[in-house]
Design a protein around this ligand. Structure first.
Ligand SMILES: NC(=O)c1ccc[n+]([C@@H]2O[C@H](COP(=O)([O-])OP(=O)(O)OC[C@H]3O[C@@H](n4cnc5c(N)ncnc54)[C@H](O)[C@@H]3O)[C@@H](O)[C@H]2O)c1
Length: 333
């Protein structure tokens, strides 16, 4: 049995998902693609023997589509996720689930009202082998009690349309989700420092306090120039564990030793994306959601909203936590 997938948005991320589904997920078939750029949709759909659709809603409602993958810009996510819920179709929605917490709450409410979990959010780092191993060192008790987490998130260059708030709502949102997942705890408060305004505020450094008191730092620097660099260290009462940057080769040339720094997220997280797509396809065929849920997407948005307030106010902002609906208590973490 195979899952016929409709993809909305065929830019860098959408096209990468289409090709990974085609090449690495035997039980998935990309049947339709929509992009605001019709030529791009035709080209990406044609490369996997799919067809270009006339609109995003046509994809959601198509008889040839069993499940939907949303990789269009952030502002489209909530409305499209709601349309998928209304159509009763499983959806993998790229992060963030919505631009605002008000919108992500509406997705959660619609899903709960529909009585069936359909939404998975594209927090793919939960599927990355190194992050999973890091989480394992916590769950098996080897690190003792977590006291500190340090995140580094650097891109070589940013999109020209990036704004101050985007660094929090679009980039740091990965770290917000990860820290909830790694520590099985919620974010209590956040402060964000970013004194340099060189066009926009970059880098930004967040200091987060978790409900159980763990301290978290999260650096986002989207114009770091030298490459894409993701680091994470968890310091516990018995020791510390860090991600080791993946590399296939180390060179010694001209008196210097080195390993390459990857160019972007598609390279660094290739295995994570594949694992994410495989798991989502399997779950959609079984009619379940075991990956990051709409609730996880909403909680990350609540933290992001407090983060944007903190960047503007220059002070510590509390996260306005909400009680989790019982509906999500069976969700996988
Ligand atoms: N999980 C991750 O690691 C990760 C990484 C990068 C991007 N993303 C997310 O993926 C999404 C896409 O990002 P990207 O880097 O591919 O951006 P992109 O700019 O490369 O591509 C966006 C595509 O969407 C199309 N588009 C614009 N408006 C549209 C609309 N209303 N309906 C349908 N298509 C529309 C554009 O023509 C373009 O082809 C964003 O939400 C982004 O936050 C996630």
């Amino acid at each position: 049995m195979s899952l016929r997938i409709g993809v909305i948005g065929a830019g860098a991320m959408g096209a990468a998902h289409v090709h990974m589904l085609h090449e690495t997920v035997p039980s998935a078939r990309v049947s339709e693609v929509f992009d605001a750029d019709a030529a791009r949709a035709r080209q990406v759909a044609g490369s996997v023997s799919g067809r270009a659709a006339p609109s995003a809603l046509a994809v959601v409602e198509s008889d040839e589509v069993d499940a939907v993958l949303i990789a269009a810009p952030d502002f489209t996510h909530a409305e499209l996720a709601l349309a998928c819920i209304a159509a009763g179709k499983p959806v993998l929605c790229e992060k963030p689930l919505a631009l605002t917490a008000e919108e992500s709450r509406s997705v959660v409410e619609a899903e709960v009202a529909g009585g069936q979990q359909l939404v998975q959010v594209g927090f793919m780092r939960r599927f990355d082998p190194s992050y999973r191993e890091l989480k394992q060192t916590l769950t098996d008790g080897r690190l003792g009690e977590p006291r500190l987490v340090h995140h580094v998130h650097r891109n070589a260059t940013s999109n020209t349309s990036t704004t101050d708030a985007n660094l929090i709502t679009g980039s740091m949102i990965h770290e917000f989700d990860l820290v909830r997942w790694l520590l099985d705890d919620e974010v209590a408060s956040i402060a964000v420092a970013s004194p340099i305004r060189d066009g926009f505020r970059d880098p930004q450094l967040a200091t987060i306090v978790m409900m159980r008191g763990t301290l978290v730092s999260a650096e986002v620097f989207v114009n770091a120039k030298y490459g894409y660099d993701i680091r994470c260290e968890v310091v516990g009462t018995s020791g510390t564990a860090s991600l080791v940057p993946p590399a296939h080769v180390s060179t010694r040339i001209g008196g210097a030793e080195g390993v390459p720094v990857g160019a972007d997220f598609v390279v660094r997280f290739a295995t994570a994306y594949q694992n994410e797509l495989r798991a989502w396809t399997r779950d959609a065929l079984y009619g379940v959601v075991t990956g990051p849920s709409a609730w996880d997407g909403h909680m990350a948005n609540l933290v992001a909203e407090a983060g944007v307030r903190a960047l503007e106010s220059g002070t510590v902002e509390q996260v306005l936590l909400e009680p989790a609906p019982a509906f999500y208590s069976e969700g996988a973490r």
